[in-house]
Ligand binder design. Sequence first.
Ligand SMILES: Nc1ncnc2c1ncn2[C@@H]1O[C@H](COP(=O)(O)OP(=O)(O)OP(=O)(O)O)[C@@H](O)[C@H]1O
Ligand SMILES: [Mg+2]
Length: 370
Amino acid sequence: MAAVELRQVRKRYGEVEVVRGVDLTVADGEFLVLVGPSGCGKSTVLRMIAGLEEVSEGELTIAGKDVRGVAPRDRDIAMVFQSYALYPHLTVRENLAFGLKVRKFPKTEIAGRVDEVAKVLELSGLLDRLPKELSGGQRQRVAMGRAMVRRPKAFLFDEPLSNLDAALRSQMRVEIKRLHRELGATMVYVTHDQVEAMTLADRIALLHRGVLQQVGRPDELYDRPANTFVAGFIGSPAMNLLDGVLVGEPGAPAVRGPGLLVPLLPGSLPAEVEAGRRVKVGVRPHDLTIADIRVATSGDGFQGTLEVLEPLGWEVHLHVRGEFGPLVARVERQALPTPFGAGSPVRLVVDPTKVHLFDAETGARIGGDA
Ligand SMILES: Nc1ncnc2c1ncn2[C@@H]1O[C@H](COP(=O)(O)OP(=O)(O)OP(=O)(O)O)[C@@H](O)[C@H]1O
Ligand SMILES: [Mg+2]
């Protein structure tokens, strides 16, 4: 049974529609990450699931039950926000117990649940401290603990880590993942950070301007982005997307554009896709390799000039400019020719199996079933 199900859900504020027909099924026990740029409607979707916003149109069920009109507190859902205000004058133990106390749980039941949650979150030694005596990460764990003691059907997280520094964020990511495995609870997690989405999710739902662009496992979105928006959003540095035109015989297709010639895998194009079609050719920075500029070839690849070289330890990022515009390549430091620096001519090539193609007008993926 699906834990959370949205069918053609819409949200309007007056004339403005900010969630535009979202279909989404979150399976029981699944960790679903809702990701997208600022203002795309993530929090609005989450708040509709929680019952903090009304659904303007469409269906919303939790555990098979229509929850439209059901008050937030009766939805058996716990929400953890970005700004997790703990009660400053209450100890960690009292903060954890608060929600159960309000709901008039028996004292022994409360004590048992608080101890259990404290153990899972490694807060047992901190139960008598006040929030101000905790680190940011510890406070974050107390906030999660407050949600956990209620044993809800589902957890909703809205950017719970965005107040933390980078090191703590990556540590908390690991903890949340571990928690999910231990609790086996359904989790819907909102973030604008694609790294968080990739590392945490069983499945990612990518939202843009209130419309779902693609829903799938992290590797599916990465390997087979459904359109140029997904292609550019998932992965860092972002996928290069350059203008070109399909050329060649059906047996030897290629994309040609200013400063670029990219051979495609024979047979990789659907039959209805014909030469002359304007496309965006997509290449991930690490799928580019430096070709030896001195060796004469058919001239395939991307011809440009190195503008900036960013050293990052074992790898370097090459910012190259050609007639096609700017391009980023991510290569091993070992692979750099010598001498090599700003102003050096460079030709980058890509394995035809690594090339992504999109329609120039619609941005939709061409080829394959994504
Ligand atoms: N109460 C409201 N009245 C009118 N417009 C609103 C209201 N709440 C949100 N919006 C608009 O709806 C859109 C979606 O907002 P939402 O908060 O869901 O975005 P988000 O994806 O969570 O963004 P962020 O990553 O910045 O938190 C935004 O354009 C926002 O301005
Ligand atoms: Mg938000």
